[in-house]
Design a protein around this ligand. Structure first.
Ligand code: BG6
Length: 483
């Protein structure tokens, strides 16, 4: 069936995510018996050297979930090969072509886990060597641009050699189980839709907090920052799924047609609005889970006077009939108090309380969709506490997916790899979505560049700068952990 060629095969992402995902798919019987895996990178390695690395990566990053036997590992390694490829060396691609011809597969998936500067040279060489005609597909990893113009350039470069439906722009958040569940929640249940609009919803919060710092990626991260690393892609993708209109069917383009409309309807900020509706921060030394951690500026690869943001909070708005006036609060940060990814829909308060003044200040209903660490949907309702008189409190109707279903949890990279192999583009980002997201990010980025005072600091292990709480307080709201 498929040959999987991984450019950047010796890199960090390959080691931590892609190889373990491929192996897990293999162990779980999701790959064809004729499947072949070719790692490609500039380094000169023998097949055997590469197999050792593959084996080490599986041992370090796949242990708990893969549940494999030594025989399965050996069988996978027997299908693993290596090609030394310099993206600008035509002869290296000739070698790859010869390797591909020996495989019995009839479709090739090229995965470009490289910097974006190598996308065009690689795809050009693949095209020159007639490797991207027919059934070939190409997966490209972020960062897909630094701004709208560079994203357009990347799209144009890819489109010189590929059709749009051969291009799989990966955003691994779309492969998370709960993201698809969000589609099911919204479009397979009838009771939510009448409430899913400005009449009933007060605000929406989308928060991805991480406890990790920049790990070994200090240099890369310092040129990127949280806005480009997380907001432009993961947060805006989640926002577009929460806010989109019902698609005509669940096909890739029907869903992407609706998502792009939301991205285009995002209200673009003026420089003045940027200063009022965005908060950016950088962590100083502190403690995460009781363990001391260094400041961002002391991380390896980060300049000591760096002004790069490791935290962002934004009050976004969508200019359309369904959402006009409803704030969408986005937040993400490194070295925060906990690791979690959550979408909270805060419903409007009741118009009048019949229970008297003491019961008035209760928080109104909310729906919390957790993507990680647990996968759950909780609907918080008001109920009477048992006993005399009426005392109201919040109770949660809790749908815990780990309890509700014992089916195997598929990691997002595995799901997306399999989707790409099967030609399903639903969970990949289309060119117009990518550029619409950048078109919204660009004015924020340029206003920040000319406002050198705006960067706040926060203590590692906290929930970010106080200004992020103020941002919500101005709209009478607060972040989930503040209740
Ligand atoms: C990546 C970012 O896209 O997502 C990383 O580049 C971040 O900086 C990661 O740590 C978070 O993904 P997850 O799945 O661990 O929440």
């Amino acid at each position: 069936m498929t040959t999987f060629v991984l450019f950047g095969g010796t890199g960090d992402l390959a080691k931590r995510k892609i190889i373990p995902a491929l192996f897990s798919a293999f162990v779980n019987g999701r790959l064809d018996k004729n499947f072949m895996f070719i790692g490609a990178a500039r380094e000169a390695l023998a097949d055997e050297d590469f197999r050792q690395r593959v084996s080490a990566s599986i041992e370090s990053y796949c242990a708990k979930d893969c549940g494999s036997t030594p025989e399965q590992l050996q069988a996978f390694l027997a299908k693993t090969h290596y090609a030394k490829i310099d993206a600008r060396e035509a002869a290296d691609f000739q070698g790859l072509k010869e390797k591909l011809h020996t495989s019995e597969s009839n479709a090739t998936l090229f995965y470009l886990a490289t910097g974006p500067d190598l996308f065009e040279p690689i795809v050009q060489q693949l095209s020159v060597h007639d490797l991207v005609s027919g059934n070939a597909r190409v997966v490209v990893e972020k960062p897909l641009g630094r701004d709208a113009q560079s994203a357009r350039d990347i799209n144009a470069a890819l489109r010189k050699y590929l059709k749009e439906n051969q291009i799989y722009r990966i955003d691994h958040y779309l492969g998370k189980e709960m993201v698809q569940n969000l589609l099911a929640l919204r479009f397979a249940n009838s009771f939510l839709e009448p409430l899913w609009n400005r009449k009933w919803i007060q605000d929406v919060q989308i928060s991805i907090s991480e406890q990790v710092g920049v790990e070994s990626r200090g240099d890369f991260y310092d040129h990127t920052g949280a806005l480009r690393d997380m907001v432009q892609n993961h947060l805006l993708q989640l926002l577009s799924i929460v806010a989109m209109e019902p698609p005509v069917n669940a096909g890739a383009d029907s869903i992407r047609d609706e998502k792009v409309k939301v991205l285009r309807a995002l209200h673009k900020f003026t420089p003045d609005e940027v200063s009022k509706k965005t908060v950016r921060g950088q962590y100083r030394a502190g403690a995460v889970d009781g363990k001391p951690v260094i400041s961002y500026q002391a991380e390896p690869g980060v300049p000591t006077a760096s002004r790069t943001e490791t935290f962002v909070a934004i009050r976004a708005e969508i200019d359309n009939w369904r959402w006009a006036g409803v704030p969408f609060f986005l937040r993400t940060g490194k070295r925060m108090a906990t690791r979690s990814a959550e979408i909270t829909i805060n419903f409007k308060p009741i118009p009048y309380s019949i229970f008297g003044a003491s019961q008035r200040n209760l928080r109104s209903n909310r729906l919390v969709i957790s993507l990680q660490p647990e996968e759950s949907v909780e609907l918080f309702l008001k109920a009477k506490e048992p006993g005399e008189g009426i005392r109201l409190s919040d109770v949660a109707l809790n749908l815990d997916f780990a309890e509700a279903s014992s089916s195997r949890r598929v990691e997002s990279y595995e799901r997306l790899l399999l989707d790409a192999m099967h030609g399903d583009l639903t969970l990949f980002v289309r060119d117009d979505e990518l550029t619409a997201a950048w078109d919204w990010i660009d004015p924020i980025m340029s206003a920040w560049q000319s406002d050198t005072e705006g960067l706040k600091s926060y203590i590692a292990g906290s929930w970010g700068p106080a200004a992020a709480s103020y941002l919500l307080a101005q709209s009478g709201s607060s972040w989930g952990e503040e209740f």
